[in-house]
Design a protein around this ligand. Structure first.
Ligand SMILES: [Zn+2]
Length: 462
């Protein structure tokens, strides 16, 4: 049951080095010096980088109920092809939304025998469901998600400060699972905003960005920092786009608050200036902003103010993108990029002087730690799952939609040249993807939280 892999470039916690990785029963048994004789069959990968597989903690899989948008099978195949072995699914866009135990059970049942990589679930915090939270924790969710603005899905309503407080009262009394929040607060309710909106050209990307100003994010984050301090509870800001919020996040962290922050490949790769009008592939909220904003996000990533990078893969039926009309007002918001994340981020990070080790920390170790898997995934170290990516960091490729495993192939990265190719992916020591092909049966597991052991949340020590 054991075998060994060797390469001149194994990404270990001590950096990139020549090493032999011994795998036994799906776990890393040992990492030996390159010249050591392991005494067992060893496959030699030459110069190819062997790095920890990625954990993507922000994915909308949409099953059950909107499987025609994505689904467990297509999402986890895409993940395998992108070097990702662990996903966390968001509680909305599926029907039912994951806001009570019955819905969580339906989701769990829907996932059985369809997972090509591991997958866990978040549950939703919505107005009036605070009495459901205990059951959801006991049934293994990895965290909770709330919206401070309309989510786009009517059965997943947004929360007020009052609702957040009710949820935090419950959560604080029984768990330390993170509360993830979509941080945008409208300055004027939509109903009163009609006149203002009428002046906008709904096909213009610039106008779209103007309708979702940075102030909305800044105001929401200000409130979240206040609650984080008051409750001394782990609050996580999803998909940060506004660079104006970085300063207050930095001081909140310096103060020692349990605040974490993610951003996404699209905020780090694209800039609003290059996005053509009517190209609704780029619609997401908060929106992609200008170049100056993007570079400030990179600075925050470099500094560690932003903890990690996740896809926020959120596809939909292509018809809902309203391509004919090109209306950013009417099109469904959400970008599709799951399979491409590592190459996108590596391409942009490398240009800015980041190393592969930096990228691995941002997309593997830190994301795994965020959901309590800091001793299981995200590192090539003794005792960890043998979840590995074989990555060629030099080879370039043009994004070809026909090579994507996503249910729908539309992505704004189509035709872009990216650097870094995922040659193969291993899940618990088994090769599940190689050279464009899925090799395994669906052998991914559903990952539940470990409330019994109360595993410490190392994310604050990273
Ligand atoms: Zn999302």
């Amino acid at each position: 049951m054991n075998h060994a892999l060797k390469s001149k470039n194994v990404l270990t916690p001590d950096g990139l080095k020549a090493a032999v990785v011994i795998i036994e029963n799906g776990l890393i048994r040992e990492v030996l010096d390159y010249t050591a004789d392991s005494g067992i069959d060893t496959e030699d990968f030459g110069e190819l980088v062997i790095m920890p597989a990625l954990t993507d903690t922000h994915v909308h899989i949409n099953e059950p109920g909107r499987t025609e948008w994505e689904g467990f099978e297509t999402a986890t195949k895409s993940a395998a092809a992108g070097g990702i072995t662990m996903l966390t699914d968001m509680p909305l866009n599926s029907t039912p939304v994951t806001t009570n135990v019955n819905a969580l059970k339906k989701k769990t049942e829907a996932a059985i025998n369809k997972l090509y990589v591991d997958c866990g679930f978040y549950a939703g915090v919505i107005p009036g469901n605070s009495n459901e939270l205990e059951g959801l924790i006991q049934n293994g969710v990895l965290g909770f998600k709330a919206f401070m603005i309309h989510s786009g899905i009517d059965d997943f309503p947004d929360v007020s400060e009052y609702d957040l407080r009710k949820a935090l009262d419950v959560l604080k009394s029984m768990t330390d699972l993170p509360l993830l929040v979509h941080a945008e607060l409208e300055d004027v309710p939509d109903s009163e905003n009609g006149m203002k909106r009428a002046q906008y050209d709904e096909c213009s990307f610039k106008s779209f960005v103007d309708t979702r100003p940075k102030e909305w994010e800044n105001k929401a984050i200000e409130l979240l920092i206040k609650l984080c301090r008051e409750y001394d509870y782990h609050i996580h800001i999803v998909h940060l786009s506004s660079s104006d919020a970085i300063e207050m996040i930095r001081s909140a962290k310096q103060e020692g608050l349990k605040l974490t922050v993610e951003t996404c490949p699209h905020y780090l790769y694209f800039s609003s200036e290059e996005i053509a009008d009517k190209d609704t592939r780029f619609k997401c909220t908060p929106p992609i902003r200008d170049t100056v904003n993007r570079e400030k996000l990179w600075d925050a990533v470099r500094e560690g103010v932003i903890d990690f990078i996740v896809s926020d893969h959120s596809p939909c039926d292509p018809g809902l993108k309203c391509f004919d009309e090109g209306s950013f007002e009417k099109a469904w918001g959400g970008l599709s990029s799951l399979q491409l994340g590592l190459s996108i981020v590596w391409t942009a990070a490398k240009e800015r002087g980041f190393t592969l080790e930096n990228v691995s920390k941002l997309m593997s170790a830190n994301t795994a730690a965020f959901i309590g898997l800091e001793n299981k995934k995200g590192k090539i170290e003794k005792g960890f799952d043998a979840d590995l990516v074989f990555f060629d960091p030099v080879k370039k490729f043009i994004v070809d939609e026909s090579e994507l495993f996503h249910r729908h192939k539309i992505t704004p990265y189509s035709g872009r040249e990216l650097c870094g190719v995922v040659n193969a992916t291993y899940l618990r020591g088994k090769k599940i993807f190689e050279n464009g092909k899925i090799l395994s049966k669906p052998e991914g597991e559903i990952i539940f939280n470990h409330q019994d052991t109360k595993s410490p949340r190392n994310i604050f020590e990273i």
